[in-house]
Design a binder for this molecule. Structure first.
Ligand code: NDP
Ligand code: 8X3
Length: 258
C-alpha cells in the first residue's frame, strides 16, 4: 500500500548521496518534494529531471542548514505558501577530517557540529510547531552506526551522531501527546561523497574506504526511509539500523584482498 503519494516531503542535503536517492525514490512513490542544500545548481538539475519523469511538485532552495536565518526564511516561505511538509528528512550532514582529538582541526569540529547537530535542530525547530498546529507530521533523522559505537579518530563525528540519536529520542518524548512521529535511519558504510568530503577532496583516500567489500548504495538507504515513512499512522519505526552484509559493526568488516 502506498501511503506516500501526495505527501509533501522536505529533504535537507538533497543535492547528493542519500538525500538525492531519497528524492528520486519518494518522487517515484508520488511525493511532492521540497529539496534543500547549498549547491543550488545540483538541486535545479535534480528537480528538472524529477519533474520530467514524475507528476509531482518539486520546490528547491539554497539553504545552508548552519545558517539559522536562512533556515527560518526558507521555512517561512513554505508556511506562507501553505506548503508545510508532512515529512521532514533531516539528512544534511558530513564528516570533516579523521584525526586524533589531540591533532584535530577545530574548523573541522565546528563544521560537523554546526551541520549535523545545530542544523538539524534549526530545521526541526522551524517546522515542528507547524506540524503540531496541523496535527500531522513525521521527522526522520539520518543518524549513523557512528552514533552507536565510537571508532578511533571518529571522536567529533561520532559525538554528533550520538547527539542525533539523543535528539531523536528527545524529540520523540517531547512530542508525546501529538500525532507527530519521530524516527531515525542509521546506516553503516554507504558509498556516497561522504568520504570525499571527509578527506577534503582526496579521492584516492576516499576510495580506499569502500575497497574489498560491497557497501550500501544510497538507494538502499532510500528504500529503508521509504519503509519508515510508508508505515501506517499508528506505527512508528523508531530506529532502523542498516548495514552492508559485509559489515557486522563499526570494526568487523569482511574486506577481501584485491
Ligand atoms: P554526501 O556528501 O553524498 O551528501 C551530503 C549532503 O548533505 C549533500 O547534499 C550536501 O549538499 C548536504 N549538506 C552538507 N552540508 C550542508 C549544509 N551545511 N547545509 C545544507 N546541506 C548540507 O553524503 P551522504 O549522502 O553519505 O550523507 C548524508 C547523511 O548520511 C549525513 O548526515 C551522513 O552523516 C549520513 N550517513 C552517511 C553514511 C555514509 O557512509 N555515507 C553512513 C551513515 C550516515 P551541499 O554540499 O550541496 O550543501
Ligand atoms: C558514516 C559511517 O562508519 O564512516 O556515518 O562513520 S562511518
Amino acid at each position: 500500500m502506498n501511503r506516500i503519494q501526495g505527501k509533501r516531503i522536505l529533504i535537507t542535503g538533497a543535492s547528493a548521496g542519500i538525500g538525492e536517492a531519497c528524492a528520486r525514490l519518494l518522487a517515484e512513490e508520488g511525493a511532492d518534494l521540497v529539496l534543500w542544500a547549498r549547491r543550488l545548481e545540483r538541486l535545479q538539475a535534480l528537480a528538472e529531471e524529477v519533474r520530467h519523469e514524475r507528476d509531482v511538485e518539486v520546490r528547491i532552495a539554497r539553504v545552508d542548514v548552519r545558517d539559522r536565518a536562512a533556515v527560518e526564511e526558507a521555512a517561512a516561505r513554505l508556511l506562507a505558501d501553505e506548503a508545510v511538509p508532512d515529512v521532514l528528512i533531516n539528512n544534511a550532514g558530513l564528516a570533516s577530517g579523521l584525526a586524533h582529538v589531540q591533532d584535530g582541526d577545530p574548523d573541522d569540529w565546528d563544521r560537523m557540529i554546526d551541520t549535523n547537530v545545530r542544523g538539524l535542530l534549526y530545521v526541526s525547530r522551524t517546522l515542528l510547531p507547524e506540524m503540531i498546529r496541523l496535527g500531522r507530521g513525521h521527522v526522520v533523522n539520518i543518524g549513523s552506526t557512528a552514533g552507536h559505537m565510537v571508532y578511533p579518530k571518529g571522536n567529533v563525528y561520532n559525538a554528533t551522531k550520538y547527539a542525533v540519536r539523543a535528539l531523536t529520542e528527545g524529540m520523540n518524548l517531547d512530542l508525546a501527546g501529538t500525532p507527530i512521529r519521530v524516527s531515525s535511519v542509521d546506516p553503516g558504510f554507504v558509498r556516497t561523497e561522504f568520504s570525499l568530503v571527509r578527506f577534503h577532496g582526496d579521492r584516492e583516500r576516499a576510495d580506499t574506504v569502500y575497497q574489498g567489500f560491497r557497501p550500501l548504495a544510497p538507494a538502499d538507504v532510500a528504500e529503508a526511509v521509504r519503509f519508515v515513512i510508508n508505515s501506517p499512522e499508528h506505527v512508528n519505526v523508531f530506529n532502523l539500523v542498516l548495514l552492508p552484509t559485509a559489515q557486522r559493526n563499526v570494526y568487523v568488516l569482511d574486506r577481501k584482498e584485491a
